[in-house]
Design a binder for this molecule. Sequence first.
Ligand code: 0WD
Ligand code: CA
Length: 378
Amino acid sequence: KRRAEKTEVAEPPNSLPHAAPSLPTKPALYSGPFPFYRRPSELGCFSLDSQRQYHGDARALRYYSPPPTNGPGLNFDLRDGYPDRYHPRDEEVREGLDHLLRWLLEHRDQLEGGPGWLAGAVVTWRGHLTKLLITPYEQQEGWQLAASRFQGTLYLSEVETPAARAQRLARPPLLRQLMYMGYKFEQYMCADKPGGSPDPSGEVNTNVAFCSVLRSRLGSYPLLFSGEVDCMAPRAASTQPPTCYVELKTSKELHSPGQWRAFYRHKLLKWWAQSFLPGIPHVVAGFRNPEGFVRSLRTFPTMEMFEHVRNDRHGWSPSVCVNFCAAFLSFAQSTVVQDDPRLVHLFSWEPGGPVTVSVHRDAPYAFLPTWYVEAMTA
Ligand code: 0WD
Ligand code: CA
């Protein structure tokens, strides 16, 4: 068994001294014990409004407000308001890490962890770390992560792959509607004020977001990342973030044991990875029928999701996911040596292969904005 702390870097054979290093992704290579993952703590938050404008506060935070009964009577029409009350975010706007960088710039003098903490940290979106966690099991979609080192800190920002872009531009109408339905479910489940009631009559505007900024550490790698949070439970066992947060999901109604098995193997892996990272303890799922109505809810505690695949030969393992992520961070830390915000190491991965690296300077891959670099240098 390989140790979790070891970097899974394939050394170039002696005959090819200049072969670029790569990182394998097969699950069997990462089956060691679960590595250390620091209990995530919230450093702060920010909100994006209906115009996608940044505000350094929690104005976009919503409150978990499920219907009084989960059973007969529950009937959320997820297609209601589509497309006339839908204001989707402009996906052509490439935001990169910008909103998170703005938060960081405004809070860099108040960061805990002592002087120099940020210089040793990895800064990224939670969603990028989720993709890393599930990589050993992903068989469909590859990814590209751009990495730059600046004042010691390693910044990771996703680059849309050509395949993902093509898929997005050719997104079938039914898939567009399905995306809307996920947001519509949030509207049925959330109130704007603690103790308030949901108002599904308004429009669904996906520019609006509440993002939590978290600190954690994976093995020896300090992490600062931000993730979009759906809502907070005002009467949760703990009112302290991130344990009061609730992640909302929708899924097709499941009937046969085979359908549940597939759900545990694929969907629950993604749900687990996404909520494990920020330490969000509960995922509440709405199950929709073929007509798009949610008729039942089920709460999945994040820390119990693995139990559904523990005895499944084709299941997933949290330690494989987290060991791979640690190996990637080690690989990235040792690959991106030069401190230069205009230099980008592009890590690319396609299912079935290893993670490979290419090096680029300035446009189109450089992602640390001039306003950020200049303000941090001043
Ligand atoms: O520009 C990009 N390539 C991306 C931007 C990719 C991923 C996220 N984002 C934005 C999000 O809009 C959000 O403001 O970054 C911020 C933080 O995202 P995250 O929490 O790191 O991302 P992730 O965990 O992948 O997604 C969380 C939620 C999603 O909920 P579900 O239940 O579907 O996982 O953020 C939303 C979505 O509600 N979301 C997006 N909203 C608008 N545009 C997008 C997107 N591209 N991706 C995720
Ligand atoms: Ca969600």
